[in-house]
Design a protein around this ligand. Structure first.
Ligand code: NDP
Length: 401
């Protein structure tokens, strides 16, 4: 029985809070705080209606460390779950240290003026969390998060040695809109417009953004174009699995999405460089975010499925083996259960699971942890029980590309 403070009332925060309320034996008291309190209140009303559980709400600017520390001290949670934006990570970690409380997030810290997707700033908190006897769990979403746990599970149970790893992220959902991003638009566009990067034979290989395409036939979705990309779990996988010779990340994009992205990029709308507009400084991508639909508004209109998983090649008992571990999630079912589409669902559920494992002491430690460092079994077990069932398939051959 533990108190939890969730910060961030977007799609991911909404799913996590709904799922925590459905697991009241672990989450005895939930407080949801975000910049805009009315969004917290709307989520609390939905949770009350669906589960009967009361969620307390509060307004907080998590960039204000003193105010966040004071909120944590007032709420007295055992854990702060950060589901605001990556810009807030370090400030919320500072507030957790000041208040003496454990920390969890789903995305690594990003400085506003550089699209980096690197863990170095958060890994630098290792000694501070360790010395305080506190735990910070990084990246407990789907990717990073579940994909990292799939890899750990593969190494623990399916392969004695992993040689190559491909992460395949397919969103086969359709909103009917010409252009919308399924999680925070600013972060999403920073991610997909960054140069591609993968790990091969001890080094990073870079290429232009979205320039390497392959077709893959995703179960329950169909054939999709997927593109080689950089994604933040590659950094922690490389660190914790030095044996893997090649690690790649692929994400599917539809032609309409790419056409709009190209145009927006060509005219400078995806830039993160500040510029002057009518006497005040604006950042084009922040302005674009204001024009695009909020991911939390896409729930009622998204149809189709996500299919995300890992394909690993390697050796088991002296024989070559290729294994595919994946989850398929239906947008409409996710919406029916939590009022949010599957991309928020596939992130919010693992956030709830990571939080539950910390609160119940099944995952514990002092310091800053990535998902790869923890026992995959209780997490995999909870995925099956809480809406993200997975399966393992042996593939006849490795990927042909
Ligand atoms: P949204 O943009 O829908 O929600 C973000 C929320 O954070 C909003 O409620 C926003 O408030 C709030 N917020 C922003 N700045 C502050 C601040 N300074 N103080 C307090 N609250 C703030 O994003 P999502 O829900 O889609 O994503 C949430 C997080 O999950 C992001 O970090 C994203 O990168 C991560 N993510 C991780 C994935 C994974 O698989 N690991 C996949 C998808 C997302 P307001 O409404 O007032 O702006």
């Amino acid at each position: 029985m533990s108190r939890v403070l969730v910060i961030g009332a977007g799609g991911v925060g909404s799913v996590a809070v709904h799922k925590m309320a459905m697991n009241a034996d672990v989450f005895s008291h939930i407080t949801l705080a975000s910049r805009t309190k009315s969004k917290c209140d709307a989520i609390a009303a939905s949770v009350k209606q669906r589960t009967g559980v009361t969620v307390d709400t509060a307004a907080i600017d998590a960039d204000d460390v003193a105010a966040t520390t004071a909120l944590i001290q007032a709420v007295k949670p055992a854990l702060v779950v950060n589901l605001a934006l990556p810009y807030q990570d370090l400030n919320i970690m500072d507030a957790c240290l000041a208040a003496g409380v454990n920390y969890l997030d789903t995305a690594n810290y990003e400085p506003r003026d550089e699209a980096k997707f690197e863990y170095k700033w958060q890994w630098a908190y290792q000694d501070r969390f360790k010395d305080a006897g506190l735990m910070a769990l990084l990246g407990s979403g789907f990717d990073p998060g579940v994909t990292s746990v799939f890899t750990t599970y593969t190494k623990k149970h399916l392969l004695d040695r992993i040689d190559t790893l491909d992460i395949l992220d397919c969103n086969g959902g359709d909103t009917g809109l010409p252009f919308a991003t399924n999680f925070n638009p600013e972060i999403n566009l920073r991610e997909v417009t960054a140069p591609s990067r993968h790990w091969e034979n001890g080094q990073w290989i870079e290429g232009p953004a979205l320039s390497h395409k392959q077709v893959f036939d995703f179960e329950q979705v169909g054939e999709k174009n997927m593109y080689l990309m950089y994604h933040e779990e590659l950094e922690s996988l490389v660190k914790f699995y030095p044996e893997i010779k090649r690690i790649r990340f692929w994400m599917t994009f539809g032609d309409s999405y790419l056409k709009h992205l190209e145009l927006l990029g060509n005219i400078g709308m995806t830039s993160i460089e500040p510029m002057m507009f009518q006497g005040r400084e604006i950042i084009p991508i922040e302005f674009l975010k204001a024009l695009l639909p909020e991911p939390s508004s896409l729930g009622p209109i998204t149809k189709g499925k996500t299919n995300i998983g890992t394909i690993a090649t390697g050796m088991k008992d002296g024989k070559a083996r290729t294994v595919y571990v994946n989850n398929i999630c239906d947008h409409e079912e996710a919406y029916a259960e939590t009022n949010n589409q599957a991309v928020s669902y596939t992130t919010g559920v693992p956030a709830m699971i990571g939080a539950a494992l910390m609160l119940t002491g099944q995952w514990k430690g002092a310091g800053v942890f990535n998902m790869e460092q923890l026992d995959p079994d209780p997490f995999m077990d909870m995925l099956n029980k809480h809406g993200l069932p997975w399966k393992v398939q042996d593939l006849a051959a490795p990927l042909a590309f």
